[in-house]
Ligand binder design. Structure first.
Ligand SMILES: Nc1ncnc2c1ncn2[C@@H]1O[C@H](COP(=O)(O)OP(=O)(O)OP(=O)(O)O)[C@@H](O)[C@H]1O
Ligand SMILES: [Mg+2]
Length: 259
């Protein structure tokens, strides 16, 4: 199983849209066996895949009460099927805030490696695990980044967004001491065809030092409509421009991961 995190310290930048679209295209169009993991207490991706509930659920139980943490849960018991045959889910909700606090005060040595250990239980069952992260660099997200080999970092035009990615890159350098295989690759989202946007794209590709996906993701109202409908974008808008762009990104990803 190849584990990929979608992470940016900025809110509303397209993390969930990117994670959901990549998971959907890998699973339902390329017939990979995909586990989508929700690492955000907002539970947005759990809602998209029809796995949201208000009781304590998947990721909270896994990070607090998995057998590797002295608890009673095994990973397969916490995974839900979705309505898509190739996609299963580890859901999350607001309980993840408590989970973060409990991990922070935990005296256990494995407080940042629990997810990696727990996912090892299902590593033969799935080809890909795609993780949607919250925007805080909290204990839940650190667990995800320790378990991942690649961070896909959405970035859009703007000064603060660029600074946020720089600080994420610095944090990744620190994490590489624990997880040396961790890489980061940017993806331009909500791209518009104006001078500022094109100049920023050029800057990202040539000056920023951040490795980028070749394909930028264009801005379209269809993405917002899919979010309102709580449906993965490629299922909502099969031939829309944003879906087409995510298909190209998945092609790039497969070429990189499956050489
Ligand atoms: N390519 C796009 N074109 C237009 N709108 C987009 C695009 N991608 C995402 N959006 C919209 O931007 C909003 C934020 O997207 P999304 O929820 O994916 O961001 P996020 O980074 O996960 O946010 P949060 O920080 O709240 O988790 C949503 O309404 C979504 O539909
Ligand atoms: Mg999100």
């Amino acid at each position: 199983m190849r584990t990929i995190a979608v992470m940016s310290p900025k809110g509303g930048i397209g993390k969930t849209t990117t994670a959901d679209s990549i998971a959907y295209i890998l699973g339902e169009e390329h017939e990979k066996k995909v586990l989508i993991l929700d690492g955000d207490p907002q539970g947005d991706t759990s809602k998209t895949f029809g796995c949201y509930e208000t009781e304590e659920t998947g990721m909270s139980r896994l990070l607090e009460y998995h057998v590797c943490a002295g608890g009673e849960w095994h990973t397969p018991e916490l995974i839900w099927p979705t309505k898509y045959p190739h996609i299963d889910m580890l859901p999350a909700n607001g309980y993840l805030v408590r989970t973060d606090l409990n991990l922070m005060i935990s005296q256990e040595e494995n407080q940042i490696t629990r997810l990696k250990k727990a996912l090892a239980e299902v590593s033969e069952k799935y080809d890909y695990c795609i993780c949607d992260c919250g925007r805080l660099f909290d204990m839940v997200v650190i667990n995800i980044l320790i378990a991942s080999e690649l961070i896909i970092a959405p970035v859009k035009v703007g000064g603060y967004e660029n600074e946020a990615i720089n600080s994420l890159c610095e944090q990744v350098t620190d994490l590489q001491e624990i997880n040396p295989e961790l890489k980061i690759k940017g993806i331009l989202t909500m791209r518009q065809k104006n001078k500022t946007s094109l100049e920023f794209e050029e800057y990202l590709k040539t000056v920023s030092g951040l490795e980028m996906f070749e394909t930028p993701i264009r801005r379209s109202i269809m993405a917002e409509k899919a979010t309102i409908a709580m449906t993965a974008l490629p299922a909502f808008s099969k031939s829309g421009i944003v879906t087409q762009d995510y298909r190209s990104v998945v092609q790039e990803l497969l070429e990189e991961m499956e050489v």
